[in-house]
Design a protein around this ligand. Sequence first.
Ligand code: FE
Length: 171
Amino acid sequence: MNTSPAPLSTPKKTKAPYMIDDIVTPAIPDDERLWVPQAENFWFRPLMFNTVSGEWVNVVRIRTSGVISRHRHPAPVHGYAISGSWRYLEHSWVATPGSYVFEPPGEVHTLVMHEGCEEMTTLFHISGALIYIDEDGVTTGFDDVHTKIEMCRKHFAEVGLGEDYVRQFIR
Ligand code: FE
Protein backbone atom coordinates (compact mmCIF):
# COMPACT_ATOMS: atom_id res chain seq x y z
CA MET A 1 0.00 0.00 0.00
CA ASN A 2 1.32 3.38 -0.92
CA THR A 3 0.95 5.67 2.10
CA SER A 4 2.93 8.58 0.79
CA PRO A 5 0.82 11.69 0.20
CA ALA A 6 -0.19 12.56 -3.31
CA PRO A 7 2.10 15.18 -4.80
CA LEU A 8 0.61 18.64 -4.55
CA SER A 9 0.09 20.20 -7.91
CA THR A 10 0.54 23.91 -8.12
CA PRO A 11 -2.24 25.59 -10.02
CA LYS A 12 -0.85 27.65 -12.88
CA LYS A 13 -3.01 30.58 -11.94
CA THR A 14 -3.68 31.29 -8.26
CA LYS A 15 -4.93 34.83 -8.51
CA ALA A 16 -7.54 36.17 -10.88
CA PRO A 17 -6.94 39.57 -12.42
CA TYR A 18 -8.22 42.35 -10.12
CA MET A 19 -8.72 39.91 -7.25
CA ILE A 20 -8.22 41.58 -3.88
CA ASP A 21 -5.70 40.31 -1.31
CA ASP A 22 -6.44 37.65 1.28
CA ILE A 23 -5.97 38.23 5.02
CA VAL A 24 -4.32 35.74 7.35
CA THR A 25 -3.66 36.90 10.88
CA PRO A 26 -4.01 35.53 14.44
CA ALA A 27 -7.61 36.01 15.57
CA ILE A 28 -6.35 36.17 19.16
CA PRO A 29 -3.13 38.21 18.95
CA ASP A 30 -0.28 38.14 21.45
CA ASP A 31 0.28 41.88 21.04
CA GLU A 32 -2.11 43.66 23.41
CA ARG A 33 -1.97 46.79 21.26
CA LEU A 34 -4.09 45.03 18.62
CA TRP A 35 -7.09 45.05 20.96
CA VAL A 36 -8.99 48.26 20.25
CA PRO A 37 -10.98 49.71 23.16
CA GLN A 38 -14.69 50.00 22.34
CA ALA A 39 -16.00 50.88 25.81
CA GLU A 40 -15.00 50.25 29.41
CA ASN A 41 -13.93 46.57 29.79
CA PHE A 42 -14.78 45.99 26.11
CA TRP A 43 -12.24 45.58 23.29
CA PHE A 44 -12.33 44.32 19.71
CA ARG A 45 -9.63 42.77 17.59
CA PRO A 46 -10.19 43.87 13.96
CA LEU A 47 -9.84 41.16 11.32
CA MET A 48 -11.58 42.46 8.19
CA PHE A 49 -13.45 45.61 7.20
CA ASN A 50 -15.47 45.46 3.99
CA THR A 51 -16.13 49.03 2.86
CA VAL A 52 -18.08 47.90 -0.22
CA SER A 53 -20.68 45.71 1.52
CA GLY A 54 -20.49 47.43 4.93
CA GLU A 55 -19.53 44.27 6.80
CA TRP A 56 -16.81 43.65 9.30
CA VAL A 57 -15.27 40.74 11.19
CA ASN A 58 -13.81 41.16 14.65
CA VAL A 59 -13.17 39.30 17.86
CA VAL A 60 -14.94 40.94 20.78
CA ARG A 61 -13.32 40.64 24.20
CA ILE A 62 -15.26 41.60 27.30
CA ARG A 63 -13.80 41.56 30.80
CA THR A 64 -16.53 42.36 33.26
CA SER A 65 -19.73 40.92 34.62
CA GLY A 66 -23.20 42.22 34.02
CA VAL A 67 -24.81 44.17 31.20
CA ILE A 68 -22.71 45.25 28.21
CA SER A 69 -24.95 46.87 25.60
CA ARG A 70 -28.46 46.89 24.10
CA HIS A 71 -28.66 47.16 20.35
CA ARG A 72 -30.61 46.40 17.20
CA HIS A 73 -29.29 44.73 14.06
CA PRO A 74 -30.71 45.83 10.68
CA ALA A 75 -28.64 43.14 8.93
CA PRO A 76 -27.39 39.63 9.80
CA VAL A 77 -24.69 38.77 12.32
CA HIS A 78 -22.82 35.49 12.66
CA GLY A 79 -20.91 34.74 15.83
CA TYR A 80 -18.56 32.04 17.05
CA ALA A 81 -17.92 31.93 20.81
CA ILE A 82 -14.26 31.26 21.56
CA SER A 83 -14.01 31.58 25.35
CA GLY A 84 -16.26 32.45 28.28
CA SER A 85 -20.03 32.39 28.30
CA TRP A 86 -22.59 35.10 27.65
CA ARG A 87 -26.21 35.51 26.71
CA TYR A 88 -28.89 37.98 25.70
CA LEU A 89 -31.51 39.09 28.23
CA GLU A 90 -34.15 38.55 25.53
CA HIS A 91 -33.28 34.87 25.00
CA SER A 92 -33.04 31.75 27.17
CA TRP A 93 -29.91 30.27 25.54
CA VAL A 94 -26.30 30.78 26.67
CA ALA A 95 -23.38 31.00 24.24
CA THR A 96 -20.48 28.85 25.43
CA PRO A 97 -17.08 28.12 23.83
CA GLY A 98 -17.74 26.63 20.40
CA SER A 99 -21.28 28.01 20.05
CA TYR A 100 -22.36 29.38 16.69
CA VAL A 101 -24.83 32.25 16.97
CA PHE A 102 -26.93 33.72 14.16
CA GLU A 103 -28.53 37.09 14.87
CA PRO A 104 -31.22 37.82 12.24
CA PRO A 105 -32.04 41.27 10.86
CA GLY A 106 -34.49 43.00 13.20
CA GLU A 107 -33.01 41.36 16.28
CA VAL A 108 -32.87 43.58 19.38
CA HIS A 109 -30.88 42.26 22.30
CA THR A 110 -28.98 43.11 25.44
CA LEU A 111 -25.64 41.40 25.86
CA VAL A 112 -24.84 40.21 29.37
CA MET A 113 -22.16 37.95 30.74
CA HIS A 114 -23.35 34.59 32.02
CA GLU A 115 -23.35 34.15 35.78
CA GLY A 116 -19.85 33.76 37.19
CA CYS A 117 -18.12 34.56 33.88
CA GLU A 118 -15.91 37.63 33.80
CA GLU A 119 -14.20 37.27 30.44
CA MET A 120 -15.42 36.24 27.01
CA THR A 121 -14.07 36.33 23.48
CA THR A 122 -16.35 35.83 20.48
CA LEU A 123 -15.74 36.25 16.76
CA PHE A 124 -18.52 38.27 15.11
CA HIS A 125 -19.18 38.81 11.41
CA ILE A 126 -21.47 41.84 11.38
CA SER A 127 -23.28 43.42 8.43
CA GLY A 128 -24.69 46.93 8.34
CA ALA A 129 -24.65 48.38 11.82
CA LEU A 130 -25.23 48.03 15.51
CA ILE A 131 -27.88 50.56 16.49
CA TYR A 132 -27.62 51.25 20.21
CA ILE A 133 -30.88 51.78 22.06
CA ASP A 134 -31.81 52.52 25.65
CA GLU A 135 -34.45 50.76 27.80
CA ASP A 136 -37.18 52.90 26.21
CA GLY A 137 -36.17 51.89 22.70
CA VAL A 138 -34.70 55.29 21.92
CA THR A 139 -31.67 55.26 19.61
CA THR A 140 -28.56 56.47 21.40
CA GLY A 141 -25.91 55.82 18.74
CA PHE A 142 -24.58 53.36 16.20
CA ASP A 143 -21.50 51.61 14.90
CA ASP A 144 -20.82 50.68 11.30
CA VAL A 145 -17.77 49.68 9.32
CA HIS A 146 -16.57 53.30 9.23
CA THR A 147 -16.94 54.07 12.95
CA LYS A 148 -15.05 50.84 13.64
CA ILE A 149 -12.25 51.78 11.23
CA GLU A 150 -12.07 55.23 12.86
CA MET A 151 -11.73 53.68 16.35
CA CYS A 152 -8.88 51.54 15.02
CA ARG A 153 -7.15 54.50 13.37
CA LYS A 154 -7.16 56.52 16.59
CA HIS A 155 -6.12 53.60 18.77
CA PHE A 156 -3.30 52.39 16.51
CA ALA A 157 -1.93 55.94 16.35
CA GLU A 158 -2.05 56.21 20.15
CA VAL A 159 -0.23 52.92 20.77
CA GLY A 160 2.51 53.75 18.27
CA LEU A 161 1.55 51.42 15.42
CA GLY A 162 0.43 54.37 13.31
CA GLU A 163 -3.10 55.12 12.10
CA ASP A 164 -2.44 53.35 8.80
CA TYR A 165 -1.93 50.04 10.59
CA VAL A 166 -5.68 49.52 10.13
CA ARG A 167 -5.32 49.60 6.35
CA GLN A 168 -4.23 45.91 6.18
CA PHE A 169 -7.72 44.88 7.39
CA ILE A 170 -9.66 47.02 4.92
CA ARG A 171 -11.03 45.64 1.65
FE1 FE B 1 -25.79 41.78 18.64
